[in-house]
Design a binder for this molecule. Structure first.
Ligand SMILES: Cc1cc2nc3c(=O)[nH]c(=O)nc-3n(C[C@H](O)[C@H](O)[C@H](O)COP(=O)(O)OP(=O)(O)OC[C@H]3O[C@@H](n4cnc5c(N)ncnc54)[C@H](O)[C@@H]3O)c2cc1C
Length: 431
């Protein structure tokens, strides 16, 4: 038995019978063969930042933190080992004059983990990590290694790019990049009504736009990022302090205070929304996209058709008003471009994503269930790494290419080596 494994929020734990930590592709192949020979199901872990039990196993767990680094750059495409984190990739790309077209709120994820769940940032016209993949090398359940891209094994490629470790194990990933760039951040605090009425235009006018709505104050912090030729700002420390105050230390303190003293919740939420104002900071894209998240939480996020996103927020506001539920954590709203990846939540449709959070350790079930009912009315698709309750039959109805994915999965992993109980519920109708 190995040490107990925990995900980032602490909600998921596992006690794998055996842990593999290969640093080369040959080690991945050997681990897969050994697990299969011993009859142990195998789950591959990135950085453990998913909220769902994707990586939980009592069998074999495979971690690729040691299988990291940039292998090659050709034009604007970079081939990386799958355990490379987004954070360590940033400087490696910049040294070669490249960057990623988009990133999410944090950069601790392994590239493979981000690709495997369809992780995304915000920006109309900008796709998620899965859609940035131009080619990949996959170790499958029988220990074979398959190279695939849009022309070679295109079905495997379309399935694997967002496959939560159910098709095989990425050994390397080739990513489309863009010339290195800097971004300028804009932050404004508005009433939710004002944020909602202007947001569609705002999102069209900025490369990246999102808002964080604090339901208790009815205020929203609108955040934009746009490319700039300006030099990186001085005063990084000030931004660091502000970030720490807004998103971490104070957020944690306020969340605790609000829990103990519910009447304080409204004023605290108003205070933190005001702290969010300001902006104008310039930095290299890979440094400005992520922020530190020291406060642990659990999260649900759904992607709904882009044109229904703001209506969905209005429904969530009506629910808060009707029920009087008091939630301190903000609701995050972003846009993501549609893609052609079979199980990407953005497959075939431009989308808006809406994320709701609760402090780690707090009971999220009633709040998340109410939100999930609203998302379901909009044919929402859940983020694969974030909490939801959907099973195979419901998921099949949401994805036009579901059966094609399943055919590839069954062909490459006929004995279900890469399934745990949770994935069985996602992929096997009667589980
Ligand atoms: C604080 C925080 C902020 C976040 N912000 C965002 C955000 O802004 N946008 C967003 O979309 N998501 C966000 N997420 C969710 C996160 O990006 C995803 O859950 C992502 O998958 C986590 O990456 P990871 O490396 O930790 O992967 P893990 O959680 O370890 O694994 C995720 C999946 O990838 C599979 N996998 C890992 N490595 C491989 C491999 N080599 N081959 C095949 N499959 C593999 C695993 O089996 C698993 O199914 C956030 C999560 C947290 C905790």
């Amino acid at each position: 038995m190995t040490e107990i494994w925990r995900n980032w929020s602490g909600l998921q734990t596992a006690s794998p019978a055996v842990a593999f930590t290969p640093v080369e592709e040959t080690g991945i192949v050997a681990a897969v063969r050994e697990a299969a020979a011993r009859g142990l199901p195998l789950r591959v872990v990135g950085s453990g930042h998913s909220f769902t039990p994707l990586c939980v196993t009592g069998g074999a767990q495979l971690t690729l933190a040691g299988h990291a680094g940039l292998i090659a750059v050709e034009g604007e495409q970079a081939t990386v080992k799958s355990g490379t984190t987004i954070r360590s990739l940033g400087p490696l790309l910049r040294q070669r004059g490249l960057g990623l077209a988009n990133q999410g709120d944090i950069d601790a994820q392994a590239i493979a983990g981000a690709v495997g769940t369809g992780t995304h940032g915000t920006g109309k016209g900008l796709g998620n990590f899965s859609s940035m993949v131009r080619g990949l090398r996959l170790v499958t359940a029988d220990g074979s290694v398959i190279d695939c891209d849009g022309e070679h094994e295109p079905e495997i490629f379309a399935a694997a790019r967002c496959s939560i470790g159910a098709i095989g194990i990425f050994s390397t990933l080739t990513l489309a990049c863009v010339p290195a760039y800097s971004l300028r951040e804009g932050l404004t605090v508005r009433s939710l009504d004002s944020a909602l009425s202007g947001f569609a235009e705002e999102a069209a006018g900025h490369r990246h736009a999102e808002f964080f709505w604090f339901p208790l104050s009815d205020k929203a912090v609108v955040k934009t990022l746009d490319p700039t030729d300006a030099a990186p700002s001085r005063g990084r420390r000030f931004r660091g302090v502000k970030e720490l105050v807004l998103e971490n230390g104070a957020l944690w303190t306020m969340a605790q205070l609000a829990r103990v003293l519910p009447p304080l919740t409204g004023p605290l939420a108003r205070f933190s929304a005001v702290l969010g104002g300001g902006g104008g900071f310039v930095d290299h894209s890979e440094r400005l996209f992520p922020s530190n998240r020291l406060v642990r939480f659990n999260e649900m996020e759904y992607a709904v058709p882009a044109e229904q996103g703001l209506d969905c927020i209005a429904e969530i506001r009506a629910w808060f008003r009707q029920t009087g539920t008091r939630v301190y954590f903000p609701v995050e709203f972003r846009y993501v471009a549609g893609d052609d990846v079979w199980l990407s939540p953005f497959s075939g449709r431009d989308s808006a994503t809406i994320a709701v959070h609760r402090l780690a350790g707090e009971d999220f079930t009633a709040y998340f269930a109410a939100m999930e009912a609203i998302f379901a009315n909009h044919r929402g698709r859940p983020h694969w790494g974030k909490l939801h309750t959907l099973k195979a039959a419901q998921l099949a109805a949401l994805y036009p290419d579901w059966e094609r994915f399943q055919a590839v999965r069954r062909r490459l992993d006929p004995k279900g080596l890469f399934l745990n109980d949770y994935l069985r519920g996602l992929f096997e109708p009667q589980a």
